[in-house]
Ligand binder design. Structure first.
Ligand code: C5P
Length: 252
């Protein structure tokens, strides 16, 4: 993986594999199958991070993987600031907060990341704000918000604008919302989209789902794919099929 330090700007749009496993050994078993791949992007979420801890992230980075640490922080600004100082030290390239935490929380997150990275002598991860989970649909939002007029799309676009003006580098949303988000935010603001399924795959608990090809057409800057790869009979073949559908353009 000689060229993993090329940096985000010059890389092809990534297909990020969600390593949603219970422990490092299970994650490693998948990664071993990908040993021939250059520039592999992986996402470590709560399940694996709570088990394996920060040293798992630094170990992955030192082995050349691009790491998206997806912990979706949501707390008062001071707590998020302090937590992000710790995350900023780890060398991950992307990380997340929950956009609903508001402008002050997002700014505090960004500040904490920059401070932690500077102290550790590394580069801060790009900060992505979760807009609305891709497992939610409009009906579920009506129930959650006790409001039948609640518009999921308006909420996603509003949270993306708030994130952009609060210092985030991008958002997580469904690919279905990417066009409106790009219209409403500055050029270069990233849209990373989970909720990806090949046409033949099960939706599982996801609601706002699209294929990799459709995500590319809609303008996603990167896709996050878990079960369509990790539970495929041949994960490497599934990754290649998905990458082929999504490929075509570079980020900038
Ligand atoms: O298995 P699947 O492809 O559905 O996994 C999607 C991954 O993306 C999971 O790790 C999930 O935590 C994450 N995610 C999501 N929706 C969001 C943010 C993150 O599905 N809004």
């Amino acid at each position: 993986m000689s060229n993993f330090r090329k940096g985000w700007q010059t890389m092809a749009k990534p297909v990020i594999i969600a390593l949603d496993y219970a422990d490092g050994a299970a994650a490693q078993a998948l990664l071993t199958q990908f040993s021939g791949e250059d520039d592999l992007w992986i996402k470590v979420g709560m399940e694996l991070f709570y088990r394996e801890g920060p040293q798992f992230i630094t170990a992955l980075r030192s082995r050349g993987y691009h790491v998206f640490l997806d912990l979706k922080l949501y707390d008062i600004p001071h707590t998020v600031h302090q937590a992000m100082q710790q995350i900023g030290r780890l060398g991950a390239e992307l990380t997340t907060v929950t956009g609903l935490g508001g402008a002050d929380m997002i700014s505090a997150a960004k500040e904490g990341l920059l401070e932690g990275a500077a102290e550790a002598g590394t580069t801060a991860p790009k900060l992505l704000a979760i807009t609305q989970l891709t497992s939610m649909d409009e009906q579920a939002m009506h129930v959650t918000m006790q409001n039948d007029d609640f518009s999921l799309l308006n909420s996603v676009v509003h949270l993306a604008q708030l994130a952009a003006t609060s210092g985030a580098d991008g958002v997580i949303s469904s690919a279905l919302e990417v066009g409106k988000i790009h219209d409403a935010t500055p050029a270069g603001f990233l849209t990373i989209t989970p909720g990806i399924r090949l046409a033949e795959d099960a939706r599982d608990d996801q609601s706002r789902v699209v294929t990799p090809r459709r995500a590319a057409e809609l303008g996603s800057d990167g896709i996050v794919v878990g079960r369509s790869i990790t539970q495929a009979k041949d994960p490497v073949a599934a990754y290649h099929a998905i990458s082929q559908q999504f490929e075509g353009s570079t980020v900038y």
